[in-house]
Structures are given as C-alpha cells and as structure tokens.
Design a binder for this molecule. Sequence first.
Ligand code: 9MR
Length: 514
Amino acid sequence: MFRQRKKATRIAVSVAALVLVGGAVAVRSIGPAAAAETTLRAAAAKAGLFFGVAASPNRLYSMVSQEFGQLTPENDMKPDRIATSSGGLQNTSGADQLVNFAQTNNMLVRGHTLVWHSQAGALQGASQSTLNTFIGNAINRWGSKIAYWDVVNEALEDNNTGRRRNQWPHTMNRDANGDGDYFDSGDTDVIRDSFIRAKQVVQAGGYNTKLCINDYDVEGLTVAGGTPNRKANALYDIVRNYRQYIDCVGFQSHFNDNPNSIISSDLQANIQRFADLGVEVHITELDIDDDLSNNDIGSGQAENYRKVVRACLNVAKCTGITVWGISDSESWRSSERGLLFTGSNGSYQKKAAYTAVLDELNKGRNVTTSSVPTSGPVTSRPVITSAPVTTSAPVTTSAPVTTSAPVTSAPVTSSNPTGGCSATVAVNAWTGGYVVSVRVTAGNATINGWNVRLTLPSGSTVTNTWSATASGTTGTVQFNNVSYNAQVNAGQTTEFGFQGTGTATGLNPVCTAS
Ligand code: 9MR
C-alpha cells in the first residue's frame, strides 16, 4: 500500500502546480484565492507560522533571509561555545552575528540551548546554582531578541524508556518518595528548577521570550510497530506538570531509520495533545532521511516533508517549523540528504522536497490560525511583559514546584472534597495578570469526569484555558475535563490551567466528580 502511495506521490509531484523555470520557482495558482507565495518564509507567514533554519555565521547568505523567517544558531549558542565554568559568558561573537543578522532581516531567533548534557563545555558537572547563573547571563544578553529559548534540551533517555537521562545534569535529580517521578514536593528536578530560573529572568527583564523544552524521538504517539512512545509520554507529563513555566515544546524531528524516529501517522495527534496543554509546539530541527523505508505514512522524501508540514498546519498552536540546515552537503547528516536544497556555499538548488513544502504551506491551515507573530520581535506576550519580579533569590534545587514559583502571590489553597474529588490551586501572578494551575485529585474511587467551580475576584477575566473547557470568563467560572483527562484513578491527580487578567486572590476551588 505504501509503495502504491509512493508512486502516486511521485506522479503528483511531477504534475504539481509548481514549475521550475531557470532555477526560479514559478507558481501557478491552483485554488480560487490569492496567488501562491514563492518563498517558504512568505508562504508560512501567510499560513500563520514561521519557517526557519539552523545556521552558522558562515552561512548568512541573502537567500537565508529570503527563504526563512526564523534562525536557530546551529552551534553558536551552546554552552561549550559561550559558557564559562562559573556560568559567565565568553565567545559570543558568533551568536551575536546570528542575532544581528536576524534583527536586520526581521527574523525570529530560537536560542539553542541552555541546559544540555551534551556540548556542555566548561559547564559540565556544574551545580544547579551555576546553571542558574548561566541561564541568567545568557537570557539577559539578548533579551527579547530571542523569541524562543530551548531552556532544556534532550533531557530524556534513548530507547523509549520514558526515563530521564542518567547523565549530568539529570543525575542531580532526587526522587524523594521513590514514586518514579520528580514532580513531588521534596523532589529535585533540574528541568523544573532551570525553567523556574529562566522564567524569573524573563519576567524580571520584561522580555517577550518564550521558554521551550526540546527533544527528539518524541514526535509520534507511537514508534515503529505501534509501541507507545514512552519518551513522548514522559515529555508530556513534564509539560503538564510544569505548564506554568513552560511556554513551548520542540519536537526536533530528525526523521531517520531509527525505529523511534520514524514519521508516524499519529504525529498530528501528538502535536495536538501538547497544544491542548496550552503550549506552542514547534518542529525544531527537521530533516528527513531520503530513504526512510520504515516510516508508517508513506515514503518518498518530498511526500514525507509534505506530511510533516501538514501535521503542523492542522494544529493551530503548531506555530513554527525549522529545518536543521540549508543544504544536504552542509548538513550534520549529509549522507541522509535530508534537507530542502542541494549545493553549497551559498549556491543552492531547490529539491523536490522544497517544492512540496512550499506547496503545502501555500495551502494554508485547515484550522483557525493562532495569533502568534511569524517574524520579527514579538510584542504581545501577556505572561511575561510586565512582571516586577526580583532575580536576586536563586532557585533552590529542592524547592517543590508550587512553593518555588517566582511570582507566586497566593499559597496553594485546598478545597473540601465534594463528590469524589478535590482541587487545589497554585497562582503565579504579576502586575495585571496571572496563571492559575489547578490540580484535581480523585478521592478513593476512580472518577470519569470532573468539574471545578471557582469564583474570581471582581475585575478578573479568564483569557486562556488549557486541559479543560471553561464556561464563563468572569465571576463564578466552571471548568470541565476534556476527553483525555476525564478519568482520574483513585488518589491520582490531573492538572489544568488558565490565564487571566486582573487578580486571582482568594480562589476556593470546588471539585465535583461525574
Ligand atoms: O548540527 C549540530 C552539529 O553541527 C554538531 O556537531 C552537533 C554536536 O552535538 O550538534 C548538532 O546539532 C544537534 C542539536 O544541537 C541538538 N539536536 C541534535 C542536533 C543534531 O545532532
């Protein structure tokens, strides 16, 4: 079946509405509406997402800013390049060049990366406190010029175990009650503490920067053979538990023949479930092996690119795609010929994969687009624009998530269990706004649905909700489970959250099970 589809794909590509004329792409309009865009950047922007590229300072050709609306330093912002052993900065000239190029050309920048077991350089083996110093220095150096920072990169183990890496910095983690996670009061979690620190710095600086967690082999709900993708599930749990600090999730998407790295038919569903947590999802390091025989949605590189782009376009909160380099021969995996161009040193030729991506982007979304800007400095990020937070207090490594929140203005409030569940809230507030995380706990029996009711202070308005459906935005507001978190086993918890303007003091959540 896949072979047939592959054949059909080839034919489709050859008669596609794009005609190569002397190296330039001429576009014949297929649809009734506006003319198709002729660059990836413009087509993506029209569809409401950014299309970016990883690059180094020696690759800043004019075609980069023409084709791409976003730039990720491929190596120039990694700790081994810019960190000193005490968490200071050094050798930032390459990173500066990339940021300046992006500024000049109105491109977004993704900072890559702050906390990573690999390429740690002088930071290798550092304490959380030193990591925090580095996080502060790096974020403050570029401020809002960085739209997205990969705060934590590749925290999860290989081979689909669903565990954290057994490598520094994750060996600093402590599971106090031995329940197999690092989410509890008394646990130490490098991921949590690094995000808390990053959030503090962003809020104190008034930056628009969004904070992301990035990993590979997390793309599908399943891996080859239909086995559940435990690594993706573990990432999901992290984002759900630390939603108040994490703004975005990166699926690296280095698709190759590794059975955990294939393009699966449930890619879109996986993007969607993260989006349902309220975070932006990005495809951050896309390259696709041109001989991907074991993926489950058809083969043929151009077609596979099309599928990945479509999966992102179909989820409103999938707000960006970045390819990991310009051309095959200059790629970290040149033998897989995984990118959109051939050629080198600024003289590049478009591949069929390029044409497929452009065509798919030009078709636009089937969903309502989000309001996230697709290039240039981002200006309207309520969570982080005006928070008057001090940065002086270092984040302790043993602080439980609910008490170490940088701008927590209200302690956790317990409600009385009603009808088989109870709810608590943790409030993360700043001047003029707040984020509330609500934890729903089932009583001594499994519940199959829940409703949390709470009354907001006057003048307070809910503006965004994740992992629940809200009725009402002011006064008494009700939150109902969504399908995937309806069932909560006895004594277990699930979390949802909402963001609002005004204040969120004195909340007294009442949970009713159904
Ligand atoms: O593409 C990068 C390559 O030039 C470096 O030598 C390599 C070193 O580890 O890192 C590559 O980028 C990686 C990225 O930072 C994180 N995800 C995997 C990428 C490919 O290895």
